[in-house]
Write a protein that binds this ligand. Structure first.
Ligand code: SF4
Ligand code: SF4
Length: 316
């Protein structure tokens, strides 16, 4: 496994971060025991870094895994929508209680957009700084789908880590191109920031071009790590072998590619209809105010996800 230090922190992480969204109730809905078994399997393959969030409801899976994994050998990044001292305190305490840990390695503001949203959440950042001074948070970060946010954090030296969306098609970047995101990431990285990318496979929508997706993120020297959502041991094996540059057997390729995948519309869909217009296969319709997919005609191309303003379509 390749390991990198996250920017100017002293946190050493594996190139692959275990994205835990995909195992939680928003996606595959594994039990805590099933999820912990996968996390432990990944750890045994060299993956020492997990990405979670209050939203994902995977703290229980991580708590279970920590019964096997020595805490000081494992890096946890989590995210919160906190905007005030009170909400920041509640989020942090929920995280440490539910994961049964004394500290969080990287605690992030979730889904930041720009300098204005950062300003609006600054009271939470101040509370995280206090926790950092007490050793209960090691580094403060933000996650974002916006180029503008990655540019804005250059003016906030207290933010040491960014978790931006990055993939070969620029899928999901809300306010610019892949190239603009690369430039913003490079500037932050050059200033000493730590970077771990998200959605290298476009949330599952780019699975048809998995080789191009891997080649792209592995070529990005500014990425200290990349979070891959993983739901099976085969996917872990595939990703680890890919990052290590090892040969991948046909049977493993088949096992990964034959996993039953489907399109899912998150329940925060607003029913705007943009995805319906985009789908040339007429596989989407609005029903009871939300988008609904017809599996028989959906080719899992992912084009609909690229126009969703809420980023609520995923293939997994
Ligand atoms: S584009 Fe997104 S928010 Fe709009 S209807 Fe489709 S899934 Fe829902
Ligand atoms: S993934 Fe492709 S085929 Fe399926 S609903 Fe979206 S645009 Fe249509």
């Amino acid at each position: 496994m390749i390991y990198n230090v996250l920017g100017k922190t002293d946190i050493k992480v594996s190139k692959i971060a275990f994205g835990s969204l995909t195992m939680g109730p928003l996606q595959r809905n594994l039990t805590t025991v099933e999820g912990a078994s996968l996390i432990k399997y990944a750890y045994d393959q060299g993956i020492n870094f997990i990405d979670t969030a209050e939203l994902y409801e995977t703290y229980g899976h991580i708590r279970e895994a920590l019964k096997y994994i020595p805490r000081d050998t494992f890096v946890i990044a989590s995210k919160s929508y906190a905007y005030s001292k009170e909400t920041a305190k509640a989020s942090f305490e929920k995280a440490i209680l539910e994961m049964d840990t004394d500290y969080i390695d990287v605690f992030m503001l979730h889904e930041q957009m720009n300098a204005f949203t950062l300003k609006g959440h600054y009271e939470a950042i101040e509370y995280f700084l206090k926790l950092k001074s007490e050793g209960r948070i090691k580094a403060i970060g933000v996650s974002t789908h916006y180029v503008e946010c990655v540019r804005a954090i250059l003016r906030y030296p207290e933010i040491e880590v960014v978790h931006p969306i990055t993939n070969v098609n620029g899928l999901g970047i809300q306010d610019g191109s892949r190239q603009e995101m690369e430039l913003a990431i490079r500037a932050f990285k050059s200033s000493g920031g730590g970077v771990f990318g998200m959605k290298p496979l476009g949330g599952g929508n780019l699975l048809a071009s998995v080789d191009a997706c891997f080649n792209y993120v592995l070529d990005q020297s500014d990425l200290d790590a990349i979070a891959f959502g993983m739901q099976s041991k085969a996917e872990i094996d595939y990703n680890v072998r890919r990052v290590k540059g090892l040969e991948i057997s046909e049977s493993l390729k088949n096992e990964v590619s034959t996993t039953d995948k489907k399109l899912q519309v998150a329940d925060w869909c607003t029913g705007c209809g943009a995805c319906v217009k985009k789908c040339d296969h007429k596989a989407l319709r609005i029903q009871n105010g939300q988008a609904v997919v017809t599996r028989e005609t959906c080719v899992l191309c992912g084009y609909c996800a690229s126009v969703c303003p809420e980023f609520c379509i995923k293939v997994y």
